[in-house]
Design a binder for this molecule. Structure first.
Ligand code: KG4
Ligand code: ZN
Length: 349
């Protein structure tokens, strides 16, 4: 069925948020995000539990999003669903639900890439957040620096060579005895501490490299994570009191090291491309010091777009927005659409 315009239902289930949203003309009409708290005791997302929780809640989450939007299922014009990347069992729940729903109502369906959807989160609140732009996509599973000439046409400038930045936050938080997800916990603890009391490395930020060299735009967070764990171990050797007093300073230095690297690499991309408009996307985009430092580095000539906290972490409104964009361009998938845990980013060169 071709898309004739009208409200689009988005479904997101790639990790531990079960979410549904209704978007029309780039505006969110209804949006429900159910964050699974069953993982907290394990200190990370358990894939099998995630899939079961999605299955248990998806009917109710979609029903609530439609009710909030005041849109009946029969009034929808299309369906968008995250097809990857993510946990395969979790993805399959949302994808199969969306396919069955679209088929039963005769609606067009599009499978979207989760990280491209994070990019589109910006346009829900700032319609002017359009290409050309430099984008820093930072989540629990990905760290990518892109240049977008137009929607769907992206040049990959750099990516992480090991851990994603969110993963580094989560692992260091765990080592510090903080809860999951670790990013917000580290940000909170860091407010009570001072960066620079301890010194951690700023990986791959050497001034020796230039744009033509392999590591100029790439990231690496595994060494920083290990250096932080070693530092914590050294302080712990000094006793309970020593580590209790040092935890905020370690968190502050770790966060500062990450922000230095993310801001440094993004400004390299800005200088290299001559493009002064920057978009953030993904859960780590919630980080306050990162936003402040990047906005300051871009001022006065540049502009920074970052979604509000609710739209920075995983949500279905960004999925519905990207789906609406693609459906309007005449794109749709067939019912052979499948989940791909390692789905490549579309339109990359
Ligand atoms: O985009 P997202 O919700 O899920 C993935 O697609 O991975 O990102 C989740 C990640 C987690 O690693 C979490 O620790 C991190 O985003 N995060 C933060 C903050 N809030 C969430 N990292 C740093 N500072 C924050 N305030
Ligand atoms: Zn995400």
């Amino acid at each position: 069925m071709p898309f004739r315009g009208g409200p689009v239902l988005g479904i997101e289930s790639s990790c531990d948020e079960t979410s549904a949203a209704v978007v029309a003309d780039g505006r969110v009409l209804g949006h429900v995000i159910l964050s699974q708290d069953a993982h907290a005791v394990f200190g990370g997302v358990v894939p099998e539990i995630a899939a079961r929780q999605h299955l248990a809640h998806i009917d109710g989450v979609v029903a609530r999003a439609l009710a909030e939007a005041g849109v009946r299922a029969g009034e929808l014009a299309g369906v968008g669903v995250t097809a990857g990347p993510g946990l395969v069992g979790a993805l399959l729940v949302g994808l199969n639900w969306a396919k069955g729903f679209a088929y039963s109502l005769g609606l067009p369906i599009v499978g979207v890439h989760h990280m491209e959807a994070h990019l589109f989160a910006n346009s829900l609140e700032s319609p002017e957040a359009t290409p050309p732009f430099v984008a820093l996509l930072i989540s629990g599973g990905h760290t990518m620096l892109l240049h977008a000439a137009s929607w769907g046409s992206y040049e990959l400038l750099g990516a992480t060579r090991d851990d994603a930045v969110g993963e580094a936050f989560d692992k260091v938080a765990r080592r510090l005895g903080l809860g999951f997800p670790g990013g917000p916990e580290i940000e909170r603890l860091a407010r009570q501490g001072v960066a620079g009391k301890y010194r951690l490395p700023r990986p791959m930020l050497s001034a020796r490299e230039g744009p033509g060299e392999a590591g100029f735009f790439d990231f690496s967070f595994s060494g920083l994570k290990t250096a932080t764990a070693l530092l914590i171990g050294e302080i712990e050797a000094g006793g309970e009191e020593a580590i209790a007093a040092a935890r905020p300073d370690v968190a502050a230095e770790f966060q500062e090291a990450i922000v230095d690297v993310l801001v440094g690499k993004t400004m390299r991309a800005v200088d290299h491309t001559g493009c002064h408009r920057v978009l953030l996307g993904g859960g780590v985009a919630r980080n306050g010091p990162l936003r402040e430092r990047l906005a300051a580095a871009l001022a006065p000539a540049g502009e920074l777009f970052a979604p509000s906290p609710r739209l920075s972490t995983d949500n279905a409104a960004m999925v519905a927005r990207l789906a609406e964009h693609r459906l309007a361009a005449g794109e749709a998938d067939g019912l052979e659409l499948n989940a791909d845990p390692a789905l490549p980013f579309p339109g990359l060169s």
